[in-house]
Design a protein around this ligand. Structure first.
Ligand SMILES: *Cc1c(COP(=O)(O)O)cnc(C)c1O
Length: 248
């Protein structure tokens, strides 16, 4: 016979999130210290995908100011439920052009800009809504050695061309670069080298657009590598909220 699961009270959940946040905060602070960087150079974005709006609310109460989601349907509902909270919403998932109008309703920053058609769609949605949108170009480091299409992302040698498209697009602000440590290709299993390569691409981007200085890299398993390489934003999900019930 199996025992029914203990209901988790809001107090228990708050304590759990507080402890996890403290541990992640310590990891970021240690990584900054090891790299000789000031803690204020790195912003924690908590990835809340698959977790309920009640968790977002607890996180906001615990001082979190940046949250990220990767699926529009889930994100739109959660952002609506949490619209009274002082949060910056980041969209980090692969984005289809037919979802752009919805995403630009709640997202302040889109990390996954990877093609010209998406730039056009984001720009017209932002114009229609009369707002400015921060855009990061998602770099696919597994496309470096001509390895072909993996998940989302623009190949490193196409970054500057896409950057020019964002710069020319009304209501879009070119804010920087994002990557996910690749599972295939020359950087598989070498997140530190992957993030260092991203920083190199960031330097050439900044010579084109000095204010495009955001570098979004590092997740629960590799945030230290990202901070060591120079990331300005780390995206941490499971280390704060727990291991997700479903793989996404
Ligand atoms: C889910 C996700 C994260 C967070 O991953 P964890 O391993 O749970 O920290 C970061 N970035 C993107 C793009 C994600 O989809």
């Amino acid at each position: 016979m199996t025992e029914p699961l203990e209901p988790v009270t809001e107090k228990d959940r708050r304590d759990e999130l507080a402890a996890n946040l403290e541990a992640v905060e310590r990891r970021i602070a240690d990584a900054c210290a090891a790299a000789g960087r000031d803690r204020s150079e790195v912003t924690l974005i908590v990835v809340t995908k698959t977790y309920p709006a009640s968790d977002v609310r607890l996180l906001a109460d615990l001082g979190v100011r940046n949250v990220a989601e990767n699926r529009d349907q889930e994100a739109a509902a959660k952002a609506a439920e949490c619209s009274d909270l002082p949060l910056v919403w980041h969209f980090v998932g692969q984005l289809q052009t037919n979802k752009v109008r919805s995403v630009t309703d709640y997202a302040d920053v889109v990390h996954s800009v990877d093609r010209g058609r998406l730039v056009t769609a984001l720009s017209s949605a932002a114009q229609r809504q009369g707002r400015e949108l921060d855009c990061l170009l998602q770099v696919a480091l597994d496309k470096e050695a001509d390895e072909g299409a993996g998940r989302g992302g623009v190949a490193p040698d196409a970054v500057l061309e896409l950057a020019e498209q964002v710069r020319a697009a009304p209501r879009l602000r070119l804010a920087g670069l994002m990557t996910v440590a690749p599972l295939a290709g020359p950087y598989a299993g070498r997140p530190r080298e992957a993030f260092e390569r991203l920083m190199e691409i960031s330097r050439s981007l900044r010579s084109l657009e000095p204010t495009a200085n955001m570098v979004s890299a590092g997740m629960s398993s590799d945030l230290e590598d990202a901070v060591a390489a120079g990331a300005t934003h780390v995206r941490v999900g499971s280390a704060v909220l727990g291991v997700r019930p479903r793989l996404r």
